[in-house]
Design a protein around this ligand. Structure first.
Ligand SMILES: [Zn+2]
Length: 240
């Protein structure tokens, strides 16, 4: 992956689209570079399969106009915050050198999300230690790199946001990217088992959630994030 300003990391392909695709689109329009790192293939999802979700993730990235997307294929559901998984994330972070990382929700209905948030936090910290040695995919020793800050996007469980990004102009494109995961979300022709996210009401809820965060900052649609430390700003007039 090339150097990016923002790296959005999700444990399941579709976490990023559901929770922070609007923020990525907005910052791309502002001229920043973005990438996506998926940790698993999402092979334990009620619907679909790992290979299908990888194809859907590619289609979603194309809708968002994001060319930098990688998947490190750790096991869905049963992954641990262990040395091997941390090193896989460290290698990607050192390769694409993000200034800001957007990561899974610190707590959520799905236990993978909070566990992933801890794994990402630890990996980003360790990536900044020179004595943690890793090599690139082309075999060179990697230099240390620590992202400036990690923001955790809000997922299913409603959390009080520390930061809300106005995504109003990008709401439709975000919804299109979500619909690329046709095995996961509402599809009138699907014969697969229902899941908590497969109904039409779930897509309406995603919009309602964005409206709710948007309303808190006086805009139509927003995406909410929590921060692990106070947010420092240079120009308070640039804030909503
Ligand atoms: Zn997920």
């Amino acid at each position: 992956m090339k150097k990016v300003d923002i790296l959005a990391i999700g444990v399941h392909p579709d976490d990023v689209e559901l929770s922070c695709a609007g923020t990525l689109l907005k910052h791309m329009q502002l001229g920043y570079t973005v990438g996506i790192l998926d940790l698993t293939h999402g092979e334990l999802g009620t619907r679909g399969s790992g290979p299908l979700r990888l194809k859907e993730a590619e289609a979603a990235a194309a809708i968002l106009g994001i060319s930098e997307r990688v998947n490190i294929g750790i096991p869905d559901g049963f992954f641990e915050n262990n040395v091997a998984n941390k090193l896989k994330i460290i290698e990607v972070v050192r390769e694409c050198k993000p200034d800001i990382v957007l990561a899974n929700a610190i707590e959520d209905r799905h236990p993978d999300h909070g566990r992933s948030a801890g794994l990402i936090y630890d990996a980003c910290f360790l990536a900044g230690l020179s004595k943690v040695e890793t090599v690139s995919r082309t075999g060179e020793k990697q230099a240390k790199w620590r992202p400036r800050v990690i923001y955790n996007y809000v997922q299913d469980k409603m959390l009080i946001a520390d930061l809300i990004v106005d995504i109003t102009p990008f709401m439709d494109q975000k919804m299109q990217s979500i619909l690329a995961y046709s095995s996961q979300f509402y599809d009138a022709n699907s014969n697969e088992d229902e899941s908590p996210i497969s109904g039409k009401d779930f897509l309406e809820y995603i919009k309602a959630r964005a409206q709710s965060y948007g309303r808190q900052i006086g805009v139509s649609y927003g995406e909410g994030f929590t921060a692990s430390r106070p947010i420092g700003v240079n120009d308070i007039l640039k804030l909503h």
